[in-house]
Design a protein around this ligand. Structure first.
Ligand code: GLC
Length: 440
């Protein structure tokens, strides 16, 4: 059994640690301008002008069943959808606002279709809910808000009452956790209490737990669905730590107690979260697979984002990227599901340019080869500990030697504890080849 103990938290994280891989979906009105989900505030677009995206939101090709099939095929076990992003637009039929998809040409509750389709494919369901809201009339203008440069911004704030907005969030979270059955993850986003406003504009201060009334908000959520995994971005520690667009190289630990944490890296295919037509920074297939492997090798999950188009589809580049995961996971998912960071003793044997994961029953060690070497991998310290070795993708045997490479390999490492894996010269056609080691 894996010897790692993860810090206990209120939500049910057992399935999460086993499932490891999920799909993030950022979808909203920003899919129409198709140049970043923050466009409303980046370009300080006034409400009247942003309205055109609402009026033209017509995702006629949206087929949640297709999305769910693609997520499942890619090996993803859960999905987190933006029910509302910072722009304030709701993808669900909320009774507390008119700013929702049912009032656009879409005319349907898009969250409902998502939930039904993904659940039918056996995926767990997560809701992203933005704490920030650049549409709500009671959300006070701050340094991130599209109205921040208005000459009368401070004046406008006099009619904005954060308490009303905090109640709005509780009401909407109640709807989300009442009308759609069992929800597994609630992903709040995000707090910025320490953002410093410009000199002389102190009233524009950032927002944190007091502003959101986060304690009450979380209590509301837990009273409806106690098992929920809730992230930390409401500025109160909950179940989930969420490093964003960053690759971790050690299991995240609690900054005060040092305990191991439940964590999830979120990553994009190309940089932005919403659909960005002209973005050219799409990650290579190798990089995508390495991110997944690296994450699990440090005891974490990967939440990989797709930004669907305004027509309601995954664009061709996103489909290609999902196919990369599909092909790799088809033969290699055994090194991901129910796997975690290898035990410390084994980690000491990790060769260069490789990552280990280990099954949580402790019986199998997976060696992921990031940079394919010529003919041998030397595992110092593993001699006598491995019963059998094979490539995971095709189950073909990897011959092993112990003690030394062979008698002509002058200068090579030797020693009783040395295990030598003999590789074919040609790298198999797998972005990251995996060797499965059956431990004695
Ligand atoms: C950031 C961004 C946001 C994105 C999120 C995903 O907080 O504000 O656009 O939704 O990260 O982690």
């Amino acid at each position: 059994m894996s010897s790692y103990r993860v810090k206990e938290t209120p939500g049910d994280t057992a399935w999460f640690h086993a499932d490891r891989f999920g799909m993030f979906i950022h979808w909203g009105l920003y899919a129409l301008p198709a140049r970043h989900e923050w466009i409303k505030t980046r370009e300080c677009i006034p409400e009247e002008k942003y309205q055109k995206y609402f009026d033209h939101f017509d995702p006629d090709l949206y087929d949640a069943k297709e999305w769910a099939k693609m997520a499942k095929a890619a090996g993803m076990k859960y999905a987190v959808l933006t029910t509302k992003h910072h722009e304030g637009f709701c993808l669900f039929d909320s009774q507390y606002t008119d700013y929702k998809c049912t009032n656009t040409p879409a005319g349907r509750d898009l969250v409902k279709e998502f939930v039904d389709a993904f659940r039918a494919e056996g995926l767990k369901i997560g809701f992203y809910y933005s704490l920030i809201d650049w549409h709500h009339p009671h959300f006070p203008i701050d340094m991130l808000h599209p109205r921040r440069n208005d000459l009368d911004a401070q004046e406008q704030n006099k009619t904005r009452n954060m308490k009303i907005y905090a109640q709005y969030m509780r009401d909407q979270v109640t709807e989300l956790l009442t009308n759609y059955g069992k929800i597994d993850i609630l992903w709040f986003d995000f707090s910025y209490p320490n953002n410093k406003p410009e000199l002389g504009k102190e009233w524009m201060k950032g927002k944190g737990k007091e502003d959101w009334e986060a304690e009450q908000l979380i209590a509301t959520a837990r009273s409806l669905q106690p098992h929920l995994i809730i992230d930390n971005r409401a500025d109160i520690e909950q179940d989930l730590w969420t490093p964003e667009q960053y690759q971790i190289d050690e299991w995240l630990r609690h900054p005060k107690t040092g305990e191991l944490l439940t964590w999830e890296a979120c990553q994009t295919f190309s940089g932005s979260w919403g659909y960005y037509r002209d973005e050219t920074s799409w990650k290579s297939p190798e990089m995508l697979i390495r991110m997944l492997v690296n994450t699990v090798s440090c005891g974490g999950n990967l939440l990989m984002n797709v930004g669907p188009t305004a027509r309601g589809e995954f664009d061709y580049r996103a489909k290609d990227a999902l196919k990369v995961f599909e092909d790799w996971m088809h033969g290699n998912s055994r090194s991901i599901y129910n796997c975690t960071m290898a035990e410390p003793e084994l980690l000491k044997c990790l060769p260069p340019d490789c990552r280990f994961t280990q099954s949580t029953d402790g019986k199998r060690l997976y060696l992921h080869i990031f940079s394919y070497p010529f003919s041998h991998i030397l595992l110092k310290g593993l001699a006598g500990k491995v019963e059998y070795a094979q490539f995971l993708h095709d189950g073909s045997e990897i011959l092993m030697d112990e003690g030394q490479v062979d008698h002509f390999s002058e200068g090579a490492a030797k020693g009783d504890d040395l295990l030598v894996l003999n590789l074919p010269v040609i790298k198999p056609p797998v972005h990251v080849p995996v060797i499965e080691l059956f431990l004695k």
